[in-house]
Design a protein. Structure first.
Length: 156
């Protein structure tokens, strides 16, 4: 089955007579300057535990509540920045790249604020470049600037 562009924001799959919703954007749908945000996602204790165990990031900041309570300046259950990045990438894939995203080429990451268990995060995305590929003109290249926003009800 081949994806086929059926007009602005509509992609159909050949052999399927019903429009498929939830598909990503083509680069023509993402002009420079376009901004959007994703839905939110609450980071919970199980997310942190599973991520830390899966990746081997068994740093005491992520695994030892006694250390946090008595020895650390950080007193709340901290989420690794890599987990936050992975969740935000997932939110972007769900909302913008289904059937259209191809390759992850480059990233610069600045961690400016911590995310804790119970925080709800979302991504704010701005298109900073959108053009046809020089080597494959039937494809496009889109560069974005993504900011993670964390909301919490408690004061720190």
């Amino acid at each position: 089955m081949q994806a086929r562009d059926a007009g602005p924001g509509i992609i159909t799959i050949e052999g399927d007579s019903v429009e498929t919703v939830g598909l990503g954007f083509c680069f023509e749908d993402l002009p420079v300057g376009r901004q959007f945000k994703t839905i939110g996602r609450t980071v919970n204790e199980a997310d942190i535990t599973n991520f830390v165990n899966c990746t081997g990031m068994v740093e005491v900041l992520f695994t030892n509540l006694e250390f946090l309570a008595h020895e650390s300046d950080i007193k709340l259950r901290l989420a690794p920045a890599a987990l936050v990045y992975a969740f935000v990438e997932g939110l972007l894939v769900q909302s913008t790249m289904q059937h259209t995203g191809l390759a992850f080429l480059h990233m610069e990451l600045n961690v400016e604020n911590p995310v804790f268990a119970g925080d709800t995060i979302h991504a704010e995305c701005e298109i900073i470049e959108a053009r046809r590929s020089r080597s494959r003109p039937d494809r496009g290249l889109v560069r974005t600037r993504v900011r993670v926003v964390s909301k919490t009800a408690r004061s720190r």
